[in-house]
Write a new protein. Structure first.
Length: 85
């Protein structure tokens, strides 16, 4: 298994019930697998993820955390557009 990247990612998951989950990580593949296995966030244990909709790289955890805070404040309809912009 490769070492986690020093780059941080903000990611948006599509859950089985159609909801979105936003989070940050420095190892996107491992974090997604943790969510799928039920070992991720409490939200994704109750709303299992189907796939990663989008992600955006950030140079450090602080900037990724600020972006996560911003995207979590947006209505669902604008979250995906924000990440893809």
């Amino acid at each position: 298994m490769a070492a986690p990247s020093p780059v941080w990612h903000l990611y948006l998951l599509l859950c089985r019930d159609g909801s979105y989950y936003a989070g940050i990580t420095n190892d996107l593949d491992a974090r997604f697998q943790a969510h799928v296995a039920g070992k991720g966030a409490r939200y994704t244990r109750a709303h299992p993820p189907e796939r990663i909709l989008a992600s955006r790289a950030y140079p450090d955890r602080a900037s990724a955390s600020r972006a996560e805070w911003e995207i979590k404040r947006l209505p669902k309809a604008r979250k995906l557009a924000w990440l893809r912009s």
